[in-house]
Design a protein. Structure first.
Length: 203
């Protein structure tokens, strides 16, 4: 398997265009806002950064956003919709599942705690992965090699024998600065193709 000991697999956190996002429309219906208003709020609210930096709790984030958007549902309802506003993870989850038993170690990475709540609720097998890496463990949000050096050290990985895969080019570039092999992908088919080149052949 080309000497690969671990893959750090980022589930993603990229906001889609609002007209491609059913979740934005669902939240618009629940709040009486327009999809454009929801989209602009999701893109512009500083609370997303505060959440990822660990400066506010998930519940405080929920209460603030619910107040701003006049959302009257529960945290669980909000978390489901809010998570779906961000990159659709189903293809990536299927890829991760196909890799799980074909590698010595498979780690998950994400910056959004609410997103991870959703992931673990709907894809419980992901809770069995070796580790869950959140960038705010080291107080960082923007792509920074320190995030990945921290993960390598914490989980006893060798950088040159680890692969980082992400749909954000800047994150992949930051991972490369640690010595990791890094794949930037646009879709799950491309990710599979790039992994195959490295000697990992997902089913």
């Amino acid at each position: 398997m080309n000497g690969i000991d671990a893959i750090v697999f980022d589930l993603g956190n990229v906001l889609l265009a609002f007209d491609e996002t059913r979740a934005v429309k669902r939240l618009a219906v629940r709040t009486g806002k327009t999809p454009q208003q929801i989209y602009e709020y999701a893109r512009g609210t500083p609370y997303v950064t505060e959440l990822a930096l660990g400066k506010v709790t998930k519940l405080r984030f929920f209460y603030t956003v619910a107040r701003d958007l006049e959302f009257e549902g529960t945290y669980e309802e909000f978390a489901l919709i809010w998570s779906e506003i961000f990159t659709p993870i189903e293809p990536m989850v299927l890829l991760a599942q196909s890799l799980k038993h074909r590698l010595p170690r498979l780690l998950l990475s994400n910056t959004n705690g609410i997103h991870m709540d959703y992931v673990f609720q709907h894809y419980p097998f992901l809770q069995e992965f070796d580790a869950h890496i959140l960038s705010h463990e080291v107080g960082l949000l923007k792509p920074d090699p320190a995030i990945y050096r921290h993960a390598i050290s914490k989980y006893g990985l060798t950088a040159s024998r680890s692969v980082f895969i992400d749909d954000i080019a800047a994150n992949a570039e930051a991972a490369r600065h640690t010595g990791m092999q890094a794949i930037h992908f646009q879709n799950s088919d491309q990710a599979r193709a790039e992994l195959t080149k490295l000697g990992v052949s997902p089913i």
